[in-house]
Design a protein around this ligand. Structure first.
Ligand code: NAD
Length: 481
């Protein structure tokens, strides 16, 4: 079924767009058109920011609501998303190629979970405290909402990554303008419907659909108080420059090239599901994946065999088929990019052990075979640059010190994993890796814990109580004694 929308969601209503441009979405499975929506122009973004400002500055509005009332509204939004879960999973999977089984778990489940988590948190988290002073008086320390938020999200987990911003922003009392990626706009309309259903005050959540120019306009907009961005490191740098000039708070969740460190006592065969989740989830289109597998020389051939077999056994197919484990790349451009890295791996002399081409029998759709390269030098391009596809590079190491050194020899620092039969040993190695997050015998971002990167992987954290503070501004009120 082809979906068509003619309005934008601004100020709690379906607004007529100022321009006439359209964003057309194609199925990565068939390359056929599956929907189209208006392409917002700057005047639409201006309207959205104005609506958010009105909502935020309303003296009896969202920001002034008691935390309990905001929490209840957030729970209504979570319920409204739950009732749309299957449609949401299908829309995301149909647009970006995420296997539907994964979309059902993550894209259809995570946003409601995160909304309920922050609803609960804001109920329990005092927004002010009194501190006894040292100079005779006292100080009231208040956590106030930071204001109007511009939230810019990528296509790989459009709903989940939006919810990492929406939930803490709403909990804090902020109003927001969300800009989804042009590749995934159809799911954004379901979110808008859920916002209406949940009866959030008009203007608290606005959605404008457009590309990078619209994003840049929002980032620099004088009516915006904070920017929350997830996307590529290149775009993040440009956004950080703008925010630096404007002294505008910004959180940046950017790219990664994480290491999966297999220790000599690892039971990889007992953790194949976790290994898939940590290294290949969502067709390799996941920012934190451990796409550099570091294997001890003492068990090198065995690790190469296990990873190679895992990749070869994966079911590649239509993303909407519940049996599919690896779907297509989001776009022809992304498929070409992945293929160019595979060609680079070959020409640099890495040993191809799985995949390397397009799956047989698929002349439509942007598919790439799960691919494994062994004997990869960590300085090689395929070990240093983010490929964002189902391509793994295996590098041998002599001892744990060398494994840690290789893991840290990267411009990025977002995720990672350590595989071992001894969890304490795993944690000790994890502590030595320069990264924002890391797993032991698996990797699953946990909503209660801060998520984010170091080095070129970004600035700031989402999720956990720390993710709430990014949407709050501290104010000290000095009370004379
Ligand atoms: P992208 O940076 O091209 O686009 C992301 C979003 O930013 C889109 O909505 C896009 O329209 C917008 N945008 C692009 N340039 C902009 C600019 N200069 N100013 C304002 N907005 C701009 O990234 P993508 O290709 O959509 O996503 C893939 C990238 O995202 C990968 O590098 C991946 O690692 C990263 N990512 C990071 C995380 C994380 O949490 N760290 C999560 C998912 C994806």
């Amino acid at each position: 079924m082809r979906l068509r929308y003619d309005s934008l969601f601004i100020g709690g209503e379906w607004a007529e767009p100022h321009g006439t441009g359209r964003i057309v979405v194609r199925s990565p499975n068939s390359e056929d058109e599956i929907g189209d929506v208006p392409e917002a122009v700057e005047a639409d973004a201006d309207d959205a920011v104005a609506a958010a400002r009105r909502a935020f500055e309303d003296p009896s509005g969202w920001a002034a609501w008691p935390p309990e009332a905001r929490a209840e509204a957030m729970e209504r939004l979570a319920d409204a998303l739950d009732t749309r879960a299957e449609d949401m999973a299908a829309r995301v999977s149909g647009q970006n190629g995420m296997p539907i089984a994964i979309a059902r778990q993550i894209e259809a489940g995570m946003p409601a979970l995160v909304l309920r988590y922050y609803a609960d948190l804001i109920r329990r988290t005092p927004t002010q405290e009194t501190r006894t002073g040292l100079l005779g008086g006292s100080a009231l320390v208040r956590r106030e909402p930071i204001g109007v938020v511009a939230a810019i999200v990528p296509w790989n987990y459009p709903q989940t990554l939006a919810s990492f911003k929406i939930a803490p922003a709403l909990a804090a009392g902020c109003a927001m303008v969300i800009k989804p990626s042009p590749e995934t706009v159809l799911d954004a309309y379901l979110l808008a419907q859920a916002v209406i259903h949940a009866q959030l005050p008009p203007g608290v959540v606005n959605i404008v659909t457009g590309g990078r120019e619209l994003g840049a306009h929002l980032v620099a907009h004088p009516g915006v108080d904070k920017v929350a961005f997830t996307g590529s490191t290149a775009a993040g740098r440009s956004i950080a420059e703008t925010c630096g000039r404007l002294l505008r708070p910004v959180t940046l969740e950017l790219g990664g090239k994480s290491a999966a460190i297999v220790l000599d006592d690892a039971d990889l065969d007992g953790h194949l599901r976790e290994l898939f989740g940590a290294c290949l989830l969502n067709n390799g289109q996941t920012c934190y994946l451990g796409t550099r597998v570091l294997a001890p020389r003492s068990r090198y051939d065995q690790v190469v065999d296990t990873v190679t077999e895992l990749a070869r056994a994966l079911r590649v197919g239509d993303s909407l088929d519940p049996e599919t484990q690896i779907g297509p790349m989001v776009s022809a451009r992304q498929r070409d990019r992945v293929e160019s890295y595979i060609a680079k791996g070959r020409s640099d002399g890495a040993r191809l052990t799985a995949g390397g081409g397009r799956p047989a029998g698929r002349d439509r759709g942007w598919f790439v075979e799960p691919t494994v390269f062994a004997d990869v030098d960590n300085r090689a391009t395929i070990a240093q640059e983010e490929i964002f596809g189902p391509v793994l590079a295996i590098t041998p190491y002599a001892d744990v010190d060398e494994a840690v050194a290789i893991a840290n020899d990267s411009d990025y620092g977002l995720g990672g994993s350590v595989w071992t039969s001894d969890p304490d040993r795993g944690v000790a190695v994890a502590a030595r890796v320069r990264t924002g997050t890391i797993g032991v015998n698996g990797y699953l971002p946990e909503p209660v814990a801060p998520f984010g990167g170091v080095k070129d992987s970004g600035i700031g954290r989402e999720l956990g109580p720390e993710g709430l503070t990014a949407y709050q501004q501290l104010k000290s009120v000095y009370l004379a004694g």
